[in-house]
Design a protein around this ligand. Structure first.
Ligand SMILES: *Cc1c(COP(=O)(O)O)cnc(C)c1O
Length: 369
């Protein structure tokens, strides 16, 4: 509110409104025609064998963990640098999240460090595809096979991102994609769970819909909960999916313009781009000198910034896990140096130029101090 340049703005308009009007006119607002179409488009695009809806990414992770039978006494390996929900979903499933440091270049889980934390209790690895690039999945799948672990992918931020030709979220046993307002495709709130395993799909179907395969019946063969979406959200989602190519293109163009305009600034660096994944920037994560002061300077100039994710091992809510502050040197370091600049499809060239000018101005002033 009140920012000249906000951190994000969903790319919604006429098409979404037109679909919403259809839902209202038809008076069928729970999962229906648009939900079906939404799932079909995602299924075709991701080539996942099975896709189900969930209310949001956090609950989709929780549901995915339940479908894998993960619970009390189990451990799940999670990167130390991700949104809190990756780990809180593990805790809510009754299991213990176990953190691993990340690669300093691309900010995804450091695959070299996973094996060190595997114990008798480890049941699954949760790679998180962070900031718009895939984690390195081959070594993760290999470890999972060797130790008989499941893989649940948090692809909340990576709709449209492929690892060696496979869509993120379709490589492990289950994967989730979020449609929160700041993700590439949004429904306001919403998510999908992807799997190629029919047995897991069958469990997910019952778990998400009160333990029955169809709505309208009051006989519940299993225990389940309500993880459903609405046709209102999916109507927005269908319009969004039809604009995906445009959204992708605009996000990438914005990101490249930042790179161009900031390239001669020594104090600013971008994340490393890997060759096994395409990149659809979730935000513009940069590492800088005098991070806190720069954030303040940009905020004072009407530019909404975001810090990096707070290392999970330092989260007050995970104090009970007993980690020490210095346990993960890479996440600690990048947290103190990182901030995210805005990139969204409606962001104009002049706005990006303004942000970059302000950054240059900040460093000019700093140099003269
Ligand atoms: C957004 C996000 C989530 C949670 O998704 P919601 O739909 O907001 O619940 C989980 N993990 C990561 C990495 C995210 O970015």
């Amino acid at each position: 509110m009140g920012y000249k340049i906000p951190q994000l703005e969903p790319y919604i308009g006429k098409e979404e409104l037109k679909n919403l009007k259809k839902v209202i006119d038809e008076k069928w607002i729970t999962e229906g025609v648009f939900s079906k179409e939404f799932l079909e488009i995602i299924k075709e695009f991701t080539e996942a064998k099975h896709v189900v809806l969930a209310n949001n990414g956090t609950l989709a992770l929780f549901l995915g963990l339940l479908s894998l039978g993960i619970g009390k006494g189990d451990e799940v390996i999670v990167p130390d640098f991700t949104f809190n929900a990756s780990a809180s979903s593990v805790a809510f499933a009754g299991a213990k999240p176990v953190f691993v440091d990340i690669d300093e270049g691309n900010l995804n889980i450091d695959v070299e460090k996973i094996e060190d934390v595997i114990t008798e209790k480890t049941k699954a690895i949760m790679p998180v595809h962070i900031y718009g690039q895939s984690a390195d999945m081959d070594p993760i799948i290999k470890l999972a096979k060797r130790y008989n672990l499941r893989v649940i992918e948090d692809a909340a931020e990576t709709y449209g991102v492929f690892y060696k030709g496979k869509h993120t979220g379709t490589i492990g046993d289950v994967g989730i994609i979020s449609f929160f307002a700041d993700k590439t495709i949004t429904c306001g709130e919403g998510a999908v769970i992807l799997t190629n395993d029919y047995e897991l799909y069958d469990k997910l179907r019952y778990l998400r819909n009160q333990g029955r395969s169809d709505s309208g019946s009051f006989i519940h063969p299993q225990l389940g909960m309500n993880f459903r979406m609405t046709d209102l959200q999916c109507a927005v989602g269908v319009a969004q999916l039809k604009k995906f190519k445009e959204i992708e293109k605009k996000k990438i163009e914005g990101y490249r313009l930042y790179q161009l305009l900031l390239k001669e600034l020594g104090g600013v660096s971008f994340i490393e781009e890997v060759d096994y994944s395409n990149f659809i920037p979730f935000r513009v994560p940069i590492r800088v000198k005098n991070c806190d002061e720069l954030i303040q300077y940009l905020e004072d100039s009407g530019i909404q910034t975001r810090g990096f994710f707070y290392p999970l091992h330092r989260q007050p809510c995970f104090n009970y896990l007993g980690y020490e502050k210095n346990d993960f040197p890479v996440t600690n370091k990048i947290y103190s140096e990182g901030l995210c600049l805005p990139v969204f499809p409606g962001l104009k060239k002049e706005q990006i130029e303004y942000v970059c000018e302000k950054i240059k101005e900040f460093y000019n002033v700093e140099e003269k101090k």
